[in-house]
Each structure stands twice: as structure tokens, then as C-alpha cells.
Ligand binder design. Structure first.
Ligand code: NAD
Length: 287
């Protein structure tokens, strides 16, 4: 068996076209377009790459994207004030906090003071709580992209065994809630898991986001599994994911490549969330 390789770039293009149509509709209706701010404290080459990709996608779809850049040595108080200003600015319809942040600044603190209606990343406790309760509203972007890919492939969820290799607040925890909401049986593994294979071999759907090249080999998967590789690692040979692609693709039923799999869909899903926060900020006011 050779797996179907999922074309994330094609899915992302479809989403961008749909978002662009909706942006031109809201522009006609309200006379302006979503204006989304990214707060960035210092910068790294990786965050610059991601930000450039997102800015390009915004431009393509007609969303206005601006940056609030603070220096690496800005105090937490200064960054908190910047987020509070964006909360109060009626001309800003959504906010993202760019990771990584310097170690003296707490991501949790910034997310918790952000107004939930402007929380493009779906990480505010109110939005995460809704996701957990099955009232999915603004859903965290990376988990949303995994579900979007599975939906594009018309995946049936009920009763499926899902294994997620990641237990972070932005990927594994909200993603496990999304699968539970769809009546899957979910197992979440992480760096302290004693025998990873024991779990991953049971998966009908395997999502991995460890950031460890070749963590998942052919010995970790069962025949026909749908493998979604969220990991992004820069190596000397280029960008790769967690999965030993060439060997796993011989066994899996479907597989996402890196690059060109989950990554572009994640950028596209951030645009979907921008439209959502825009409608929350503006839609209700103008109705
Ligand atoms: P993180 O460091 O917060 O989490 C990493 C997770 O992997 C943790 O749960 C950790 O316990 C687990 N892990 C690490 N090594 C492991 C091992 N050897 N065995 C089993 N589990 C292990 O990182 P994060 O922010 O959640 O991101 C994870 C990865 O996903 C990174 O490579 C990141 O670049 C990538 N990412 C990709 C996208 C995308 O759109 N494709 C979006 C976000 C993050």
C-alpha cells in the first residue's frame, strides 16, 4: 500500500479563495475590511518567515495586517499595555501574539488580557473553554487546520482511535477536545510517554507535533492509518516534520508531507479566524 499524499497547498488555496470572497462581501456591506494586528516582541528568523507568509496570505485575500513591534527587552508591563490598547481600538478587529516571546514575558498573561472577541488564535480561556465544552467558536488555529484537512478528506470520526503526539496548550490539548467532540477515542502522548509505539500503533488517525525529525517510523504505525505531521523542524537538509515520510508512506492510507501539508492550511485557517473576530467586533454593532 502506498499512501495518498495530501496536498495542503491546494486545500489552503481553496480556503484563501473562499475567505477572499467573504472579505469582498464584508467590504461592500461595511465599507472597510478586517484589520488584524500582530504583537511581536523581538524577532527570530523562524517567526519572521511565518509572519511574512501570513502577511502575504492576508494581502491576497484583502485582509489588512499590521504589526506592533516591541524590542526584545520590552517589559511585560509595556507589552500588556500594547495589548490593552489594541483591545480598546475599534479599528482593530483581531489580535495575534507572535511566538516565541522572550522568557521574561508570559504568553498566558498576554492571552488572558486579550479581549476574547479579538482572539484570532482561539487561545483565550473563554474560547478554549468553549472548545472543550463542544461549543466550538474561535478554535485554535493549528488544531483547526488538522480537522480541516480531515474534513476535506471526508473522514468519518465516530469511534476512530486517535493518537496525538503533543500535549501543548496550542496543539495537543485543544486538538484532543476537537476529536472528543467528534466522538473519537483519544490518546495523548508526549515526551514522558514510556513506550510511544505501544500507543501510535493503535491509531486510525495519528497526529504528531513533537518537533523531532524521524520520531515516527514505519514501526510506529499500522496499515491504513491517516498520518498528519504537524512538526516543523529546520535541518541542514531543509525543513522536515516528525515523520520518516518515505518509509511511513508505504504503510499509511493517507499522509501529509512537510513542507506542503499542515503548514499552509494553518496559515489559511488563521484567515478564517480573522474573519470570525471581524464579524464579532463589527457585525453585531452594525446589525
Ligand atoms: P511544544 O514544545 O510546546 O510541544 C512539543 C510537544 O511534543 C510536547 O507535548 C512534548 O512533550 C512532545 N514531545 C517532544 N519530544 C517528544 C518525543 N521525543 N516523544 C514524544 N513526544 C515528544 O511545541 P508546539 O508549539 O506544540 O509545537 C510542536 C511542533 O509543531 C513544532 O515542531 C512546531 O514547529 C510545530 N508547529 C507546526 C504548526 C503548523 O502549522 N504545521 C503550527 C504550530 C506548531
Amino acid at each position: 500500500m502506498v499512501a495518498k499524499v495530501i496536498d495542503g497547498r491546494w486545500i489552503a488555496k481553496e480556503i484563501r479563495e473562499d475567505v477572499a470572497k467573504q472579505v469582498s462581501k464584508v467590504k461592500k456591506e461595511y465599507g472597510f475590511v478586517p484589520n488584524i494586528a500582530t504583537v511581536r516582541v523581538g524577532s527570530t528568523p523562524e517567526s519572521d518567515i511565518y509572519l511574512n507568509l501570513r502577511d502575504k496570505a492576508c494581502e491576497e485575500t484583502g485582509i489588512f495586517s499590521c504589526h506592533v513591534d516591541l524590542p526584545e527587552n520590552a517589559s511585560e508591563e509595556e507589552v500588556v499595555d500594547a495589548v490593552k490598547n489594541l483591545n480598546e481600538d475599534d479599528d482593530v478587529h483581531g489580535v495575534l501574539i507572535q511566538l516565541p516571546l522572550p522568557s521574561h514575558i508570559s504568553h498566558d498573561t498576554l492571552i488572558s488580557i486579550l479581549h476574547p472577541k479579538k482572539d484570532v488564535e482561539g487561545l483565550h480561556p473563554v474560547n478554549l473553554g468553549k472548545t472543550l465544552l463542544g461549543e466550538e467558536d474561535i478554535v485554535p488555529i493549528t488544531p483547526l487546520s488538522v480537522i480541516t484537512i480531515l474534513d476535506y478528506e471526508k473522514t468519518k470520526y465516530e469511534g476512530k482511535d486517535v493518537v496525538i503526539v503533543n500535549h501543548s496548550n496550542i496543539v495537543g490539548k485543544p486538538l484532543s477536545a476537537l476529536f472528543l467532540n467528534r466522538n473519537c477515542s483519544v490518546c495523548v502522548c508526549h515526551v514522558y510517554t514510556k513506550d510511544l509505539k505501544k500507543y501510535t500503533r493503535n491509531a486510525d488517525i495519528l497526529v504528531t507535533a513533537a518537533g523531532v525529525p524521524r520520531l515516527i517510523t514505519k514501526n510506529h504505525v499500522k496499515k491504513g492509518v491517516f498520518v498528519l505531521d504537524v512538526g516543523i523542524v529546520k535541518t541542514k537538509e531543509g525543513v522536515c516534520g516528525d515523520v520518516d515520510f518515505s518509509s511511513v508512506k508505504e504503510i499509511a492510507g493517507k499522509i501529509t508531507p512537510v513542507p506542503g501539508g499542515v503548514g499552509p492550511v494553518t496559515v489559511a485557517c488563521s484567515l478564517k479566524n480573522m474573519l470570525k473576530t471581524f464579524m464579532k467586533c463589527v457585525g453585531e454593532k452594525h446589525r
